[in-house]
Ligand binder design. Sequence first.
Ligand SMILES: NC(=O)C1=CN([C@@H]2O[C@H](COP(=O)(O)OP(=O)(O)OC[C@H]3O[C@@H](n4cnc5c(N)ncnc54)[C@H](OP(=O)(O)O)[C@@H]3O)[C@@H](O)[C@H]2O)C=CC1
Ligand SMILES: O=C1CO[C@H](CO)[C@@H](O)[C@@H]1O
Length: 317
Amino acid sequence: MVRVPTVTFNNGKSIPVVGLGTWKSKPGEVTQAVKDAIDIGYRHIDCAFVYGNEKEVGEAITAKINDGTVKREELFITSKLWNTFHRPDLVKGALLKSLENLQIKYLDLYLIHWPQAYKEEAELFPTDEAGKIQFSEVDYIDTWKALEPLAGEGLVKSLGVSNFNSGQLKRLLQVASVKPVTNQIECHPYLNQRRLKDFCESHDIKITAYSPLGSPDRPWAKPEDPQLMEDPKLKAIADRLGKTVAQVLIRYQIDRGNIVIPKSVTRSRIESNFQVLDFKLSHEDVSLIDSFDCNGRLVPMTASLGHKYHPFENDEF
Ligand SMILES: NC(=O)C1=CN([C@@H]2O[C@H](COP(=O)(O)OP(=O)(O)OC[C@H]3O[C@@H](n4cnc5c(N)ncnc54)[C@H](OP(=O)(O)O)[C@@H]3O)[C@@H](O)[C@H]2O)C=CC1
Ligand SMILES: O=C1CO[C@H](CO)[C@@H](O)[C@@H]1O
């Protein structure tokens, strides 16, 4: 069994560099996908309450622990606090719900999914009569302060953020007693996040790259949108190296020092996406791929436009 290398966080804990993404993995297919991934050697699973499939991910985790394939302490399980649970009194309950769904006693990593909060309602996407998302004014700093004691209670080993821009991280770092270990952000050759990565690294915060393959199954994709995995320039590199484009895209993240979480529910792809540990991109190839950046954001979160904490609405990187 191939052992996946790890990245060490600022708190000394380690995370396997490649994890399995689970957004859009249907409840009916995610259990098998996670079981396959664990059989293949994945030890890191990226989950979120809002993905609506944590229970089915939990079934796979339990099955693989019970059949002796893996021990809980060998797995690295991430979940994320959704936007409707930012109010400090709701934070612990949201974490406990994810733990219950995932059938585990602690998370390895819990992230604030987005800096912007939504109205605290039963709906995960609360809308007004006009169909517009209803915002909440809760400050992500107050949310973070509610998360910090949960690390001390043993419910979560590390805390982090997702989709935070540099200004928001700067503000958080001024008051945090527990430092975020990672910022999980969209990252691929069309949006390589050079400036945010440099900023995070200067504060010893690792980047976790989401949508590393260009998220072709994102619900808002249009047929005319460029397809990252079809890019002839990437195909040429992959052909030269005798690898798939997906493998080059995953390796691109690893070779930049990032953690990467490709999603698939297809066993053959889950397997080939993991077969990236026996080669390395040259500095020249990493620089060449860096040059493909075109500010091509695929997950712009347009539903939250106008929110004062929307991370992508000003010049802040
Ligand atoms: N924090 C956040 O806000 C966000 C976090 N994420 C996390 O990052 C993960 C990955 O990002 P995601 O947006 O899902 O997209 P990815 O870039 O991982 O792309 C997933 C898509 O690529 C396909 N695919 C996977 N492997 C291959 C392959 N080898 N060859 C061809 N096609 C392939 C999958 O198909 P199939 O499954 O059918 O095999 C699926 O359609 C998410 O699942 C989630 O866990 C993502 C977005 C936002
Ligand atoms: O992780 C993510 C994917 O799904 C969510 C809900 O649609 C997104 O908001 C988020 O970025």
